[in-house]
Design a protein around this ligand. Structure first.
Ligand code: AHG
Ligand code: MN
Ligand code: MN
Length: 339
């Protein structure tokens, strides 16, 4: 059923909930609270140059990375709002070492993993950044949730999505019934449906990877990227290289225009043997969206991202994500079948 463009997120969520008579409205309530947080962060991002939020906070997070002020603002905005929403029993954030409890008496039936601000290195240079979230159903019976409620594979996700703070602010999410994009109209403070049932183009135009790490990659990965750059008009190669350094922005462009994104493991940093991206709140939610949009996401040894059972909150995984045919081609190189 093609909906009239311009319906609000709330209407779209309620309609999809109404289609499922057993819906309690809790998931739509959770998403509605997340959307309020997104609007607050978006307003702050758009003022970053003027307000005192540009720059570093002087702290480093569990990733060993400098925490930018806007990271901290975004993290606190989401953490505080969701802890008292009544829909969540436990949370984890890129910016927090341990699990985040919720307000006593406000425990709900879902869990939330989030990257409050993705693309931090781009904050000070006015390049698109975003927020990534993933939602599971709790496993523990009641009360405060625990780490096992969070360490679930992406195949069990109830919903996942991102906000991208770019030339416009968009919310792109899925509850397992396709991927839908909503654009924020700042004049009325509402997200309106702008991209219904997004499907990732099969043919890639772009590849997105930090080629600066080329000499640190496995030979199979180097062979695959060399293949993408080879001249072969019939297959549309060489693809154009587009790499923004914000996963949300690079993924969003590939989702809409067609492309493959790679963050391979590399030997550059001994304490990050599996690459830079985190499973719970970067690779897994993006893999859920990719598959909902007809695409695929694997690690650089060909393992499907959504099949991975996490063992740690901030566990890193290599990521190869794009249209199904493109990723299957990459898998041939990465598993040595196509050298
Ligand atoms: P975050 O800012 O949340 O730490 O994420 C940054 C990630 C991801 O957004 C991006 O794809 C990647 O870092 C870029 O890493 P490099 O700068 O090493 O290429
Ligand atoms: Mn990130
Ligand atoms: Mn981040």
């Amino acid at each position: 059923m093609k909906r009239p463009l311009g319906i609000t997120v709330h209407r779209q969520i309620m309609e999809s909930q109404l289609l499922h008579r057993q819906a309690t409205g809790e998931l739509s309530g959770l998403l509605t609270e997340l959307i309020v947080a997104a609007k607050i962060i978006s307003a702050e991002v758009n003022m970053a140059g003027l307000a005192d939020v540009i720059g570093v906070s002087g702290k480093t997070n569990i990733q060993g990375e400098e925490v930018q002020k806007l990271d901290e603002f975004s993290n606190n905005t989401i953490k505080r709002r969701m802890a008292r929403s009544g829909y969540i029993c436990v949370m984890t954030s890129e910016e927090e070492d341990d699990i985040i409890p919720v307000k006593e008496g406000f425990e709900g039936k879902y869990t939330l993993a989030f990257d409050p601000l993705d693309g931090s290195s781009n904050i000070d240079v006015n390049v698109s950044i975003g927020t990534i979230f993933s939602i599971h159903r709790r496993l523990s019976p009641s009360g405060q949730g625990d780490i096992n409620d969070l360490l679930q594979p992406g195949s069990e996700l109830v919903a996942a999505g991102y906000m991208i703070y770019g030339s416009s602010t968009m919310l792109v999410y899925s509850t397992g019934e396709g991927v839908h994009g909503f654009t924020l109209d700042p004049s009325v403070g509402e997200f309106f449906l702008s991209h219904e049932s997004i499907l990732m183009p099969e043919q890639s135009k772009y590849f997105s990877v930090n080629e600066g790490n080329y000499n640190y990659w496995k030979p199979e990965m180097r062979n695959y990227v060399d293949y993408l750059k080879a001249i072969d008009q019939e297959s549309g190669r060489p693809y154009s290289l587009r790499y923004i350094g914000s996963l949300v922005a690079d993924f969003h462009r590939n989702l809409i225009a067609g492309g493959i994104f790679l963050y391979p493991c590399d030997t550059k940093n001994k304490c990050k043997p599996y690459g830079k991206l985190r499973l719970l709140y970067e690779a897994s939610p993006m893999a859920f969206l990719a598959e909902q949009a007809g695409g695929l996401a694997v690690t650089d040894d060909g393992t499907r991202i959504l099949d991975i059972k996490p063992t740690e909150l901030h566990q890193r995984v290599p990521l190869v994500i794009g249209s199904r045919s493109e990723v299957e081609m990459a898998q041939q190189f990465l598993t040595g079948c196509n050298s």
